[in-house]
Design a protein around this ligand. Sequence first.
Ligand code: ADP
Ligand code: MG
Length: 476
Amino acid sequence: MQTNVQTVWNNCLKTIRESVGEQGFSTWFTPIKPLRLENKVLTIQVPSQFFYEYLEEHYVRVLRYALDKELGSDHRLEYSVVIDKGNAQHKPYTINLPNKVLTANGLNQGNGRARNYSLNSPFDLPEIELANQRSYLNPAYTFDSFIEGDCNRLARSAGLAVAQKPGVTVFNPLMLYGGVGLGKTHLAQAIGNEIKSGINDKFILYISSEKFANQFYEAIKSHKIQDFSNFFLQVDVLILDDVQFFEGKEKTQEIFFHIFNHLHQSGKQIIMTSDRSPRDLTGLMDRLVSRFKWGLTADLQQPDLETRMAIIERKMQAEGITIPSNVIEYLAYSVDTNIRELEGVLISMIANASLIKRDIDLELAKQTLKNIVHDIDTEVGVDFIQKKISDHFNVTIDELKDKTRKKDIVIARQVAMYFSKEYTNLSLKSIGYHFGGRDHSTVIHAVQAIEDMCDTDSVFKRKIEELRKQLKMKVA
Ligand code: ADP
Ligand code: MG
């Protein structure tokens, strides 16, 4: 009997609905179209790459559970991702992606379903060809989607050079380092994807250092160390992510040292990332660290405002969403920690907008940010400080932001800036923005003025201390 794909999917939806709640259900599951069901392989169409990644990251267990129930545990799930919606002239363009193989961190992590993938452990691979198809690269991480800015220019151009001539340039190894969420994994994978897109049969492998270490550990246990290193010696381009994970793991470092030397001598390209510079990798053997410095070490820094704006614009474009420039500016000003966080905010905002079916505007952006800040219960935000101070000094929030030079308003404004500096992670520039687009030097001046007043006026000082207490306790 032919099983109807729509019926199967409807049943799955029932199960899913029970476990994800109404909000999540309508945001992430209603837009899915079941396409076909063949030999227990269910293909579902999702509106964008973003959707695919989001489902894989957040709902993969629920999906599995529902499919298990409907099709049995040997089912498979495939996504058809709409890349381009098409128009009158050309048909929509879609790509097919498997379930839970390509994730931002590489390998199929902890899905407890190894039997669907003979590739649970790379050194078990029967054929290099097979491995070659599975570089464990996330296709979304390309140079094209990597926005260039002052913060990443050197790293990006070195990466491009390596991608054009892997193993041939002096950038071998290429070591990319920088704080969390600044694009190390993206850039390292972009190099892999770029090489892969050319005409060659290079074996490119992306692996996190953690996975490398775990597999090495498994190899030791099963007496397969030789197989383990043989596998890595066949790689033409090795991308090893987050090498700081090797700190303190001497045996892992040794086998990697051996693999590194061999690959390097045979002109193979090595790309590594780390959350700090080689100099600061204190738990690594000196001889390994000294090899890291043979090639080029390039850092990724915090993106500046313009880069953040360009990133937001690009990400939204990729989702086929246009947002007003004042929203872009607001978000870029408000989220200045790292790009991953910025993306988190964008995701929530898109989800919010589609949930309440309204366009993205400044109000929605503010609402989203507020919820997020509230959710993770971080520091007191600028909005809260402004509210608190305006109540206390009996001035309006608008007066805090406008150009009035009346003495009591100026003082209230300076106090609010002073606390914004103390309680938020925002840059001076960003704080200035929240106060009617003032300059960062105005904020410095405000902080200085309040400190001076505290030094000379003990009544004022007590007032500030009282306010500080209230802000800390988040008393509205
Ligand atoms: P890291 O590995 O340094 O922690 P990631 O490479 O995972 O950071 O980047 C975090 C997120 O930010 C990813 O989704 C990535 O696509 C995005 N990202 C980072 N840098 C850029 C950039 N320059 N342009 C566009 N997106 C970026
Ligand atoms: Mg990373």
